[in-house]
Ligand binder design. Structure first.
Ligand code: ARG
Length: 433
């Protein structure tokens, strides 16, 4: 493919996301270590681009490395309890100073007006303020955590009003109590709490660790919990995942983890179908629905290659039109990526499962299983007591899902007369009630 063809294909692929992300709210956490990196300026431009595409943005930053540096420069050794820094009275002034330095650096870059850049001439209106009330962590294992705090309340109405006026919000990992005390807050917790309280569409962690090699492309919250309980998972990844889980179990639809070492990683993750990072979501059922006549083109595109290779029996467009109401599909970002048909016969109270297909990019993430469950549920609702399917290649998969192999003589009469002996399909049955 030539460069221009690739470019056109990329742009067409990005178009549904440009549309989908408009007016959505994204919370983005960047680590302070990243600010030193060569890719940081690139990220600033990308943030400006997102703002101009109509995405509402809250940028948060952590300050862990800067605080470490500032404390060690001043001869203070931090004490930790359960991996959390004890922000004592002696270190507090240095902690505040470090947080402010990081914040100012980000502020200055986002205020530059972006001359000589892809976003030249565009200006971002940046706002920060006391959007978070903090409270002390208190005493843990008999140790007073002093100025190490947690989030008590997020002033979400104020944040939402500012986002509505097209301001980009910048927040530091700091919170103040009602009595004026200052708390050092864990950035991941803050990001997750902010995302939850404003019901953000996405929470994005741009992280410096190269976890991407160990993290899969997609995770559910229970996959994350397994990783959290795995001994070899690094502590800081466990910490991040625990806050990601809280967000997806609440109202946040998608959490993304992106490796900051990938230049343009944020754009790749947001504007391509497969992204470049890790997507954490529980909404795997999100796109499952009953098919309608508009899906015929998408279904034909999906099953066509499987029909040509003989895995599925060929279906004409006319037949598909007649049966369309018996299909369930999974639609992802405007594309049909999986389908199943459950064709009931009320006379014999049986249903046939047919035409199960999952796009090759989405294999092995459980879509087939979810569709089968949905189809069986539909059959059950129709008073069906027995389900059968004919398959040449996937009998094991059906057996794993409770089907038993039988002979064609078990098929209902209307199917038996059509049964094509030459195909040598296996007949599988499952009783449901
Ligand atoms: N671009 C899409 C989004 O913004 C999909 C990203 C998929 N990413 C992944 N790591 N699987 O939601």
């Amino acid at each position: 493919m030539s460069t221009s063809e690739e470019y056109i294909q990329w742009f067409r692929g990005a178009a549904p996301y440009i549309k989908a992300h408009r007016k959505k709210t994204f919370v983005i956490l960047i680590s302070d270590e990243f600010i030193q990196s060569d890719h940081f300026i690139g990220l600033i431009h990308d943030i400006a681009l997102l703002n101009h595409l109509g995405i509402k943005l809250i940028i948060l930053h952590g300050s862990r490395d800067r605080i470490n540096l500032s404390l060690s420069q001043n001869g203070i050794t931090s004490k930790f309890n359960q991996n959390i820094r004890i922000s004592d009275t002696e270190s507090l002034p240095y902690i505040i100073q470090a947080i402010n330095e990081v914040k100012t650096k980000i502020e200055s870059h986002l205020s530059m007006g972006l001359p000589n850049t892809p976003m030249s001439g565009s200006e971002i209106s940046l706002v920060s303020g006391n959007f978070v009330t903090g409270m002390p962590l208190g005493v843990i294992d008999g140790i007073d955590m002093q100025h190490s705090g947690k989030v008590r309340e997020v002033k979400h109405e104020v944040i939402e009003a500012l986002l509505g006026q097209n301001h980009v919000i910048l927040m530091s990992n700091i919170g103040f109590s009602r009595t004026g005390e200052v708390f050092n807050l864990p950035a991941e917790e803050l990001a997750s709490e902010v995302a939850k309280s404003i019901k953000a569409d996405k929470l994005i962690f741009i992280h410096h660790h190269q976890w991407q090699e160990t993290l899969p492309d997609t995770l559910s919250s229970s996959d994350c919990e397994t990783l959290i309980h795995t001994k070899h998972t690094p502590d800081d990844l466990k910490h991040l995942l625990s806050h990601a889980v809280k967000a997806v179990k609440s109202t946040v639809k998608r959490v993304h983890i992106i490796d900051q070492l990938v230049d343009g990683g944020l754009l790749l993750e947001l504007f391509t179908r497969n992204g470049c990072g890790t997507l954490i979501t529980n909404l795997f059922y999100e796109g499952i629905r009953v098919a309608n006549i508009k899906d015929i083109g998408g279904i034909l595109g999906l099953i066509g290659p499987l029909e040509s290779s003989g895995i599925l029996v060929e279906r004409s467009r006319e037949q598909l039109e007649l049966e369309i109401g018996s299909f369930n599909v999974i639609e992802k970002d405007g594309m049909i990526i999986a389908c199943i048909a459950c064709i009931p016969n009320s006379e014999y109270r049986v249903a046939e499962i047919a035409c199960l297909a999952v796009h090759e990019d989405y294999q092995r993430v459980g879509f087939g299983e979810q569709l089968l469950k949905v189809a069986e549920l539909r059959a059950h609702e129709h008073g069906i007591v027995q389900i059968y399917t004919l398959t040449t290649q996937t009998s094991h998969w059906f057996i794993e899902h409770g089907y038993a192999e039988t002979t064609s003589f078990e098929l209902p009469p209307h199917k038996l007369t059509q049964f094509n002996q030459k195909r040598r399909s296996k007949v599988l049955l499952k009783k449901i009630n």
